[in-house]
Design a binder for this molecule. Structure first.
Ligand SMILES: *Cc1c(COP(=O)(O)O)cnc(C)c1O
Length: 379
């Protein structure tokens, strides 16, 4: 690693001032800590990781990981090697960092240099990590991921059998976990959950007796048979409901507010926005906010903002940098240039916004763009 380390420190991320930004994203690190504590309470003595892939679901891996470490979290999961290298700079040398998607062929020395744990998804990855251990002249830490039925990542059953038969297969590898991932954990009655758990039991029995890990956020709520030795929550830490259809047991974490750039009155019949997809059906008061699809607000996402509990519907198309709101329900003069309206927060949760868009809270958070002023509270 001769290149300058990738910095992910708060000063880099909070670079856009509140005055200069079109929108403000507030991230409540205390709420993330409380969510971690709530999950730990459910898990009892089971270890609890923090999943911080995709910049901690868009919320800032550096800040999130630092907050979780204050709650005693000492194991993190990221998706990519690049994310692991960046996170290592932030968390210091102690915490374990697992790279879920596996190490790209040839990248093993970089992973070793950053002190990362490989997630081994195939026989070829196992061989490569074993060879890296030989080169490094020490045992290298890893989790072996098995595919218990999601068909996404991990060793297929036949590969697990081959590894079990090959006495030298695990040479040089410090296998810390056998892990797998649930496809339908957010649907507690889905038969795939129990099928995967049983498949996981069978696959695990072929490998050395090491601790096991199966549950993501929703998996934790499937109950103790799914907890094993290490849980891997992401979404629930960030306030997304891990029990869809039931009340959210987690605290909300994000608030997103956009600035009013201009207000105006229009007469009945006026065309509004690109393509004139909307015509005023009477005189209307409008506000244009400095926030659009370039900020990650998918064009199909929730179609209203909120101000002091009043719903402000979007009119016409979402533009790249702006959205036109109908503010006719707000008393005249009450909402002005520079004022903030809410896109995510007490009036509209991440899950609400996702529901309107026919998507999931994960996509709403992971899409949030880099153009906001980011305000971290607590932590
Ligand atoms: C993303 C991911 C998690 C975390 O899932 P959540 O649903 O966000 O809790 C856990 N394990 C694996 C393998 C993942 O890819």
């Amino acid at each position: 690693m001769n290149d300058a380390p990738t910095k992910l420190l708060p000063e880099d991320v909070v670079a856009i001032s509140e005055a200069a930004a079109g929108a403000i994203l507030t991230i409540d690190l205390d709420a993330i800590r409380e969510n971690y504590r709530r999950l730990k309470t459910r898990l009892g003595s089971v270890r609890c990781a923090g999943v911080a892939k995709a910049d901690a679901y868009g919320l800032g891996a550096a800040q999130v990981a630092s907050a979780l470490m204050k709650e005693g979290c000492d194991v993190f999961f990221v998706a990519l090697l690049a994310e692991g290298i960046a996170l290592r700079e932030v968390v210091g040398s102690e915490p374990e960092i697992y790279v879920l998607n596996g190490l790209p062929p040839g990248s093993e020395p970089e992973a070793v240099a950053a002190g990362l744990c490989a997630v081994i998804n195939s026989g070829a990855q196992l061989k490569a990590w074993s060879a890296a251990a030989r080169d490094a002249r020490r045992r290298l830490p890893a989790a072996i991921q098995v595919d218990s039925g999601m068909s996404r990542l991990g060793m297929a059953p036949a590969e697990v059998e081959a590894v079990a038969k090959d006495t030298g297969a695990l040479d040089g590898i410090d296998v810390r976990y056998v892990m797998s991932h649930l496809a339908c954990a957010d649907e507690p009655r889905h038969p795939a959950n129990e099928e995967q758990r049983l498949a996981f039991e069978r696959l695990r029995a072929m490998l050395p007796e090491v601790p096991a890990s199966l549950a993501n956020s929703s998996g934790i709520f499937l109950g103790p048979p799914y907890h094993y030795d290490l849980a891997r929550p992401g979404a629930a830490l960030y306030g997304i409901n891990p029990t869809p259809g039931a009340p959210n047991p987690m605290l909300p974490v994000v608030r997103l507010q956009a600035k009013v750039a201009q207000t105006r009155r229009v007469e009945k019949g006026t065309g509004i926005g690109y393509g004139h997809t909307y015509y005023a059906d009477g005189p209307l008061s409008l506000a244009t906010i400095s926030f659009g699809y370039a900020d990650g607000w998918l064009r199909r996402s929730a179609s209203a903002a909120w101000f002091e509990g009043i719903r402000l519907p979007f009119l016409g198309r979402v533009s790249m940098d702006s959205i036109i709101l109908d503010i006719s329900a707000v008393p005249p003069g009450r909402l002005r240039e520079g004022d903030l309206v809410e896109l995510l927060g007490p009036s509209q949760s991440v899950d609400d916004a996702a529901g309107h868009a026919g998507t999931i809270g994960y996509e709403i958070l992971a899409s949030l763009g880099p153009r906001f002023h980011r305000r971290y509270v607590g932590g």
